[in-house]
Design a protein around this ligand. Structure first.
Ligand SMILES: CCCCCCCC/C=C\CCCCCCCC(=O)SCCNC(=O)CCNC(=O)[C@H](O)C(C)(C)COP(=O)(O)OP(=O)(O)OC[C@H]1O[C@@H](n2cnc3c(N)ncnc32)[C@H](O)[C@@H]1OP(=O)(O)O
Length: 196
């Protein structure tokens, strides 16, 4: 199967458009912050999480850093593949904030190129390359030790735009109430605002 966005299900249709960065998107270099403090990917209060820190890039792109901790092991001293997929998923998901679109992962296809040791910092870079209706097509990669370090993982993804009721219908009421009551208004806006 060819690498990249030509893969079936991850190929933008011929009428797909280039993604448009929202006018209120964070400026390049600005930290995105967490969208939910209990998120496994980015939540500050999630003790077991990845604590991913994401920065807005040019256009519809982001970079992120994730340091592999002992809790993230699969094989002795090496990151678990599912954890690495989570780091890619979270980084890719944060692109949707630059579009101001609420979207969830429909498909995530991951290549594991090189093992990632505990203690290493994975430098992730993600970019949205096409939008077609509710479908958002993006790619990401992760390099060890620095933005130009050895390639360890890469992924192609399809995100699908959803309404807030995706979360209210399927999520647990207690967590939804707590998220809505978050005193951090940026977070609440990020959760509920859709292309104003
Ligand atoms: C009150 C509190 C609110 C809080 C709000 C917080 C918001 C915070 C902001 C952001 C949160 C994001 C958090 C970041 C975390 C990282 C991201 C994740 O891990 S998300 C979790 C993992 N993903 C899921 O759990 C999705 C589960 N799946 C679904 O819910 C559905 O399957 C869904 C929404 C993906 C699609 O279902 P349909 O019924 O809405 O739409 P259909 O018609 O099936 O698909 C639309 C188009 O997409 C294609 N499509 C869908 N799934 C596909 C797939 N797997 N492969 C290829 N194409 C697919 C279809 O073929 C269709 O394409 P055609 O329009 O016909 O061209």
């Amino acid at each position: 199967m060819p690498p990249g966005p030509e893969r079936p299900g991850l190929t933008p249709p011929p009428d797909a458009a280039a993604p448009v960065r929202h006018r209120d998107a964070p400026a390049p270099g600005e930290l995105l912050g967490s969208h939910y403090d209990q998120c496994f990917g980015c939540g500050e209060d999630q003790a077991h999480g990845l604590h991913l820190v994401t920065t807005a890039g040019e256009g519809v792109s982001v970079t992120a850093e994730f340091t592999v901790r002992p809790a993230h092991q699969g094989a002795p001293g090496l990151a678990h593949g599912g954890v690495l997929a989570s780091a890619l998923d979270e980084t890719l998901g944060s692109l949707n904030w630059l579009l101001r679109t609420i979207a969830v992962t429909g498909r995530l296809e991951t290549d594991y190129v090189r093992p990632v040791p505990v203690g290493a910092t994975l430098h992730l870079a993600a970019r949205c390359h096409a939008v077609a209706g509710r479908k958002i097509f993006s790619t990401a990669e992760g390099r060890i030790g620095g933005p130009d370090g050895p390639l360890a993982v890469r992924a192609d993804a399809l995100f699908v735009e959803v309404k807030v009721d995706h979360f209210t219908t399927h999520g647990r009421p207690d967590e939804i109430r707590a998220a809505m009551a978050d005193p951090d208004q940026d977070k609440v806006t990020r959760a509920f605002e859709v292309n104003p």
